[in-house]
Design a protein around this ligand. Structure first.
Ligand SMILES: *Cc1c(COP(=O)(O)O)cnc(C)c1O
Length: 376
């Protein structure tokens, strides 16, 4: 039985991407089995952390890795690690950061909100966010200027579709901070497919969500230099206690990393492209819709589908109606002002896409009164 039905809810069709309020992702059966098995066993957590670290090293090319509760927790713990390193007294004292370098440089363009403002994740550790540049842009000169403070804990960068504005090449920003011996953290929560690129910037810590495209259970993966990862683990005896990874999360993460290691990305991309083209072909016949594909804006290796509605249709109303079907359909709504719906279909099955096509067809042809701009 579908999960939703067992607790009196309908399962949903998620064409919105790895969106936390919609359940983020669907795990392979191997991952589900690994989680179930861990739940029925006593295990040495330390041994599990060592095992997952070996997998993370293989996966990312970094020196070391660890798992915490989620990526948001990882941001807090990475900042804490840069503040305390392995100083047990400082670890025990956080978020009281008196006497520690606590200024966290964060480009204003990277000051994202993924459900919580990232600044708050910094402040939870005792860090003090210091925005660099403006919402519209920042450059290496802005960063160089900010780096002249003497109480800097780290530079925090975000690699995400949530960032805006224009900034320098990430590797150049990392290099500038490293020149001044300032540690660098990159929050790349949904960027697991680009992890090696992020690690190769030279950042000390790179953060990923285990449950986004990796499709594991909820987990924050932290990879980086051995010293920095050790300092993250040191937080287990401090503020990290409430942000720890469960045994089932670590077991599921290992299973998800094994699946990823065996994934032939080229074949996966070919399958994705075929699915996308078929869907576009189906939807293209609908009246009043221009359909095209658009590369993922953050450089992930797949495209989205954009449906541009004719002016007489109201994208907001279409989105509302899609969500009111049973099962409901969720699409991206960030381009609704330009009368566009955006769909990320990587995790959808063909039968689910057929259902989406059927519902769109119904809305745009049979019941125009529900989706036209004019109110009847
Ligand atoms: C999703 C996301 C997070 C939070 O990830 P969780 O694992 O849900 O805590 C943090 N940062 C960015 C950029 C994200 O996209």
């Amino acid at each position: 039985m579908a999960l939703g039905k067992t607790i009196g809810l309908s399962d949903i069709i998620n064409a919105r991407g790895t969106f936390t309020p919609l359940g983020v992702s669907r795990s392979h059966v191997e991952v589900q089995a690994a989680v179930a098995k861990a739940l029925g066993a006593y295990v040495l957590i330390e041994g599990m952390q060592e095992a997952v670290s070996a997998h993370l090293v293989e996966f990312s090319g970094a020196e070391a890795g660890t798992v915490v509760h989620c990526a948001a927790a990882a941001v807090t713990l990475a900042v804490a690690a840069c503040m305390t390193m392995e100083n047990a007294d400082a670890v025990a004292r956080l978020p009281d950061a008196d006497g520690l370098a606590r200024r966290v440089l964060l480009p204003a363009c990277h000051n994202v909100n993924y459900g919580q403002p990232i600044e708050q994740a910094v402040r939870l550790a005792g860090g003090q966010p210091n925005l660099v540049g403006t919402k519209a842009e920042w450059d290496l000169a802005d960063l160089g200027h900010a780096l002249s403070h003497d109480d800097i804990c780290c530079l925090l960068l975000v690699s995400s579709r949530l960032t805006g504005g224009n900034g320098p090449d990430m590797a150049a920003a990392v290099a500038l901070a490293k020149d001044r011996n300032i540690p660098v953290i990159i929050d790349g929560a949904a960027q697991d497919m680009r992890v090696r690129q992020l690690v190769s910037t030279g950042a000390d810590l790179v953060i990923l969500s285990g449950q986004k495209y990796l499709a594991g259970p909820t987990a924050g993966l932290v990879v980086g230099s051995r010293a920095a990862v050790t300092a993250v683990r040191a937080q287990e005896k401090g503020i990290g206690r409430g942000m720890k990874a469960s045994k089932e999360a670590i077991a599921g993460t290992i299973a998800a990393l094994e699946i990823r290691a065996n994934l032939d990305i080229e074949t996966w991309q070919i399958d994705q492209t075929r699915k996308l083209e078929r869907f576009i072909h189906e939807v293209r016949g609908l009246p009043g819709v221009e359909t095209f594909s658009q590369p993922d804006p953050t450089g992930l290796p797949f495209a989205r589908v954009v449906l541009e509605l004719a002016p007489e249709f109201d994208a907001g109303k279409v989105i509302h109606h899609l969500q009111s079907f049973d099962p409901p359909i969720f699409v991206m709504d960030h381009m609704v002002r330009s009368n566009k719906l955006v769909l990320e279909i990587t995790s959808l099955r063909e039968d689910e896409l057929d259902y989406v096509t059927m519902r769109l067809k119904g809305l745009l042809t049979q019941r125009p009164d529900r989706v036209l701009r004019i109110d009847y």
